[in-house]
Design a binder for this molecule. Structure first.
Ligand code: 21W
Length: 268
């Protein structure tokens, strides 16, 4: 069980987005828990204000330190009091600030984060958050890539989706992310469903053959071909790490050639 806590000014957006399809099922099964905390609920300003102008001037508003700090501390305290075996365990939980200036999120990061019990995501809006509260709270600065969005909510949802599917019990066994496969780190092979012929295009014969060994081999070849063409750097890495695959393939093909030569001779 992993608990995601999202500090945001738009809790409905995050809750809507993350309570759909597979993650909805995961919440119902209690494989994960998702809570959105409205930073505005923690402002001490009597008009509910959470932003202000930036010192030094410049465009736009900045989220102020106080409501962000109090919202985060409230979550940390709730986590600590739910763990009586770890009194004052506050501060042990990672606080991830989603920001264009962070390290770019990737699969290995998702795997590492999936091992935590609690994760706090801090979503900025407007031009960002007062630097002092970031220094006080944040353990990880993470971006999802080099393009500009309007806020941190979508990036937090992207990261939570990628992390959650790695948590045991979230995916069904047949779709499990944990079953290590030869073809991990390659692009996917093409897939087909009914009908057998659509607009004159046939499903590849091999997939109708019922020969599961041949099908598996074909799929891996397709994955390799695609990866070589579309993501050459991924292909080179895979090839370096799977030299034995190419040796075995050589041998298999040599064996095939021999067999065919023999057959030809016998036919003569
Ligand atoms: C975009 C906030 C641009 C601020 C200093 C002086 C989180 C994101 C975000 C956003 C600015 C991520 C400035 C990929 C993203 C996010 C909102 C610009 C101007 N800073 N990953 N002036 N892309 N974006 N700040 O946009 O919060 S992770």
């Amino acid at each position: 069980m992993i608990h995601f806590h999202i500090l945001t000014l738009f809790p409905e957006m995050v809750m809507q987005g993350l309570h759909t399809s597979i993650l909805k099922r995961a919440v119902e099964k209690e494989a994960i828990a998702i809570e959105a905390v409205n930073i505005r609920d923690y402002t001490l300003d009597k008009h509910g204000k959470v932003d202000d102008y930036t010192y030094g001037g410049g465009a736009g508003m900045l989220m102020q330190a106080q409501p962000v700090y109090d919202a985060c501390k409230a979550v940390e305290q709730r986590i600590a009091s739910a763990q009586p075996e770890n009194p004052g365990g506050e501060g042990s939980c990672r606080v991830i600030y989603v920001t264009p200036q962070g390290r770019t999120f990737h699969q290995a990061m998702a795997q590492e984060l999936a091992r935590e019990k609690h994760l706090i995501f801090l979503c900025g809006h407007y031009e960002g958050i007062d630097e002092r509260v970031l220094e006080e709270l944040v353990t990880d600065y993470v971006s999802i890539g080099d393009y500009v969005l309007t806020g941190g909510e979508l990036p937090a949802m992207v990261m939570i989706d990628a992390i959650a599917r790695l948590v045991p019990g979230v995916l069904h066994n047949h779709e499990s992310a944990a079953t290590e496969s030869f073809s991990d780190d390659l692009l996917e092979y093409p897939q087909y469903s009914r009908p057998e012929i659509w607009q004159g295009r046939r499903v590849p014969d091999i997939l109708l053959s019922g020969n599961h060994g041949e099908i598996e081999r074909w799929r891996l070849e397709q994955s390799l071909e695609r990866t070589k063409k579309l993501r050459p750097e991924l292909y080179e890495k895979w090839a370096r790490e799977h030299e034995e695959y190419f040796r075995k393939k050589e041998k298999r093909e040599a064996r095939e050639r021999k067999k065919q030569n023999k057959q030809k001779k016998a036919e003569k």
